[in-house]
Design a protein around this ligand. Structure first.
Ligand SMILES: C[S@@+](CC[C@H](N)C(=O)[O-])C[C@H]1O[C@@H](n2cnc3c(N)ncnc32)[C@H](O)[C@@H]1O
Length: 204
């Protein structure tokens, strides 16, 4: 079940990769990245992970804004990663690796911050992904989760299982999921329409 689910996601994003940066959703995603940066608080020599990095646009932006930042982009789709590597102007500060959000190929406490934009909706095992995020974060490190949300808890049941294999989480649900993985919610911020940034901190 999990392997089939991931294979379907990989197929979808592999096919989308070559046009990803040129079609409408990407314009929307880039506007979201720009708004996200208004809330990002990083020290100078920081090491960050972008989980579900796609074509690497967010890391590129972060590396430009923070000249000493080192970053790793992880994604399921080799074609997305190929696009990211082709436009990587910050190598070797930025690198891209293939992997699954559910089992990250990194040791404990390697990253000062983890980013995740418009990707969390695709996870079959969200709690497992949050456990992995908490594992690779340094104590006090932050997790920036950006995704579509909804407000009314009553809409939950209908939105939880979509035929497209995506799920949305209310602000409260995000807090509960984060707490179960030792990620404490610091704040929520609407970035664009229903796209919500939730900032978590890993306990010291
Ligand atoms: C809509 S794209 C978002 C890309 C990028 N974060 C952005 O803001 O433009 C979602 C990305 O998540 C990746 N993805 C989906 N499920 C994944 C998983 N389980 N593990 C790793 N990457 C995954 C896809 O391959 C795709 O590149």
């Amino acid at each position: 079940m999990t392997e089939n689910f991931l294979a379907n996601k990989k197929f979808l994003f592999n096919n989308w990769a070559s046009s990803y940066d040129w079609i409408f959703p990407s314009v929307f995603y880039r506007a979201i990245h720009q708004r996200l940066l208004e809330y990002v608080d990083l020290s100078e020599q920081v090491n960050v992970l972008d989980l579900g990095c796609g074509t690497g646009r967010l890391l590129e932006r972060l590396a430009t804004q923070f000249p000493y930042l080192r970053g790793t982009g992880l994604d399921l789709s080799p074609n997305m990663l190929r696009m990211a590597r082709l436009s990587n102007r910050h190598h070797p500060r930025l690198i891209y690796v293939e992997g699954k959000a559910e089992s990250l190929p990194f040791g404990e406490a390697q990253f000062d911050a983890v980013f995740n934009t418009i990707s969390f909706l695709h996870y079959l095992e969200p709690q497992q992904v949050l456990n992995e995020v908490a594992r690779v974060l340094t104590p006090g490190g932050r997790f920036y989760l950006v995704d579509f949300t909804f407000q009314k808890e009553t809409e939950l049941e209908k939105l939880l299982v979509s035929p497209l294999g995506v799920r949305f989480y209310s602000p409260k649900q995000r807090e509960i999921l984060g707490f179960a993985s030792s990620l404490l919610c610091e704040s929520h911020h609407y970035l664009l329409g229903p796209v919500l940034l939730t900032i978590f901190a890993k306990g010291q």
